[in-house]
Design a protein around this ligand. Structure first.
Ligand code: CTP
Ligand code: MG
Length: 373
């Protein structure tokens, strides 16, 4: 029979989340659930080492058929605790990192096949593409080992139960289990690894992992347009700024066409209706609301629906005011209202044609790109 230990007791310090790394969600499942499915087709017994305090949560995620134990202070310690639970009749033991959540079941199968063909220790590895340097404590290179002979090794690593028990008997510390076997002078076979079996260490690795899942971040785009007629005697608000000595425009709110076009672009992208359905005349509380208030409210709705803003672009169409000299100020105002999102602001006239070209009002057209969080 084949036993498997999944090391999942780390805190994920380099990842920097509030929860242990094994509990982080990747696509539709947590890392620990992915790791279990990578080895469950070959293992008769599965033991998971959990961070102290998270045993129950992990047990619930992986189900009753799996043994969950509290891990140790180091990875090697955790593996030893797992080994102590391995059934006496196990022939082989696979040791896998929860952090290598996307290793495929095929990789585990190939490790087992190599064990069955007579190897006593089998580990997946990939060619080293970067040149590696050995440096001294002051950062001076002392040597350049031959890259061609190097392998970046992964898990699951497979061993005969007898050999891995012996290797861990001395309470040695190493960053992988094969190293302890090597120190016994036993042969460790490297088989072809998988790029998708990357060790998820930092948040940046999640983007790579999502690509392997075929779930690259879900982007949506939207377009919005707004136009208002000039109305003498009103203040002009545009792109989050007050433009003194300019006629304002008529409207239910402050008439900021740039802000309104952006709101509609965001509503279009997120499928949440439009400016009218969210803040229209049937919502008297928004009468006279500033453009920046509406941007803030729109952002809150977009975020509530599970999206974040990647980028917003808005073009003001009209003869006046001239945007150029206040562009940076306007971008800052719009961006602040949108929680710091990247904003582009452009302006154009229409060569004397159409309503805004005739000087009757101002229009704006915006586009927004949002992505699922
Ligand atoms: N691990 C473990 N017990 C420990 C430390 C680590 O079981 N005491 C596990 C981790 O949960 C992980 C694997 O060993 O699945 C590889 O470790 P690593 O990627 O370094 O994870 P963490 O130790 O959690 O991360 P960090 O080093 O950034 O804290
Ligand atoms: Mg670690």
């Amino acid at each position: 029979m084949i036993a498997a230990i999944i090391a999942a007791a780390g805190s994920g310090e380099r990842f920097g989340a509030a929860i242990p790394k094994a509990l982080i969600q990747l696509g539709d499942r947590t890392l620990i659930e992915h790791a279990v499915s990578a080895i469950s087709s070959v293992a008769d017994q599965i033991i998971v080492t959990a961070p102290s305090g998270y045993e129950k949560e992990i047990q619930t995620l992986v189900g009753d058929g799996i043994t969950v134990v509290t891990g140790g202070a180091t990875r090697s310690e955790s593996v030893r605790i797992g080994l102590s639970k391995v059934s006496a009749d196990a022939e082989y033991v696979l040791i896998h990192d929860a952090a290598r959540a996307l290793a495929s079941p095929d990789l585990a199968k190939r490790v087992v096949a190599a064990l069955k063909s007579g190897d006593v220790a089998v580990i997946p590895g990939l060619a080293q593409t970067d040149t590696v340097k050995i440096v001294d404590a002051s950062g001076i290179v002392t040597s350049t080992p031959d890259r061609a002979a190097m392998r970046r090794v992964q898990t699951p690593q497979g061993f005969t139960y007898k050999l891995i028990s012996q290797a861990h008997a001395q309470s040695g510390e190493a960053t992988d289990d094969a190293a302890l076997v090597e120190s016994l002078g036993k042969p460790v076979r490297v088989i072809e690894g998988e790029e998708r079996a990357i060790k998820i260490t930092t948040p940046a690795d999640m983007a790579t992992a999502l690509q392997f899942l075929g779930k690259s971040t879900n982007f949506k785009s939207g377009v919005g347009v707004d136009a208002h007629h000039f109305e003498a005697g009103r203040q002009l608000w545009l792109a989050g700024l007050l433009w003194p000595d300019q006629d304002g425009v008529e409207g239910h709110s402050d008439g900021d066409v740039a802000a309104h076009a952006i709101c509609d672009a965001l509503f279009a992208a997120s499928g949440l209706g439009d400016l009218g359905s969210n803040f229209g005349t049937n919502k008297p509380e928004y009468k006279g609301a500033s453009g920046t208030t509406l941007l803030k409210e729109t952002l809150a709705l977009v975020e509530k629906s599970g999206y974040a803003i990647s980028h917003v672009s808005v073009q003001v169409i009209g003869n006046r005011p001239k945007i150029g000299s206040r562009r940076a100020e306007a971008i800052a105002s719009l961006s602040t209202a949108l929680g710091g999102a990247e904003v582009a602001l452009l302006a154009t006239t229409t060569d004397g044609m159409g309503l805004t070209g005739e000087g009757k009002g101002i229009a704006a057209i915006a586009s927004a790109l949002i992505y699922s969080k």
